[in-house]
Ligand binder design. Sequence first.
Ligand code: SAM
Length: 282
Amino acid sequence: MTSTSGVLYVVATPIGNLGDITERAKHILQSVSLIAAEDTRHTGRLLQHLGITNKLISLHDHNERQKASFFVEKLSKGNDLALVSDAGTPLISDPGYFLVREVRAAGLKVVPIPGACALISALSASGLATDSFVFEGFLAAKTTARQKQLALLKNEPRTMVFYESTHRILDSLNDMSNVLGEDRLATVARELTKTFETINTDSLKNLIRWMEEDSDQKRGEFVVIVSGNPNSLTSEESEADRLVDIISTKLPLAQATSLTAEITGERKKTLYQRALLRRDES
Ligand code: SAM
């Protein structure tokens, strides 16, 4: 990187309410040489609203790889550039990953201009645990693939965040209920920052009923947040349980748990109680 190289600014834009644009974002969008936008017409309307005139060039999932070198060259020649998507923070279920990776690989500077992001907005108002969460983006469109993805998340202890569209919201909630359990606490955050913003936290079963009874609730853009599985085990704990199960086919349970406790360092009593629970459930 030379002192004369330009900077790539990754600029967050509103997810509905145009009042959520930041002062810094406005300043950057006005001052850079060029704005790379997911949809130039869409961003053109935002710029018009902000009274900004600047050059726009399209950068979307289908041309990002071809165009990256063009942007790297522009930056190397000292031009500052901005990257925006249609809504919220670029790269978050939006284009830009390849470009940012290439720009950084070329030793050039990337600066985030933070702002709206649907997942963070939804999480902050959900009332579900926020200390540790996992963002899953969009689930698969086809039912079988979607159910497989959810099955892998059944024992996820962290809060899970998904994006969903109006076409699939009810199918996805039904799959979540079937695979993760109908009593799992979840949040549906719909049309955030817009006129019909609705944020509802309840069991998956009740959320489905509510949406079926009021079809307006199926309209718009959604973030779905599902609480983690409180009973899930760490990989070490699962491995210890596996040992207990194998050893107890040859020895009495008390001996199997005591031996496993010695091997793994887990408490014998805890191993024993979990083994009894597994026996009750089977
Ligand atoms: N980059 C964006 C961000 O920072 O949130 C997300 C882009 S992704 C292509 C679009 C998805 O984000 C929508 O389908 C929806 O799941 C979610 N989303 C975007 N705006 C939203 C809003 N106002 N309310 C609820 N969900 C929204």
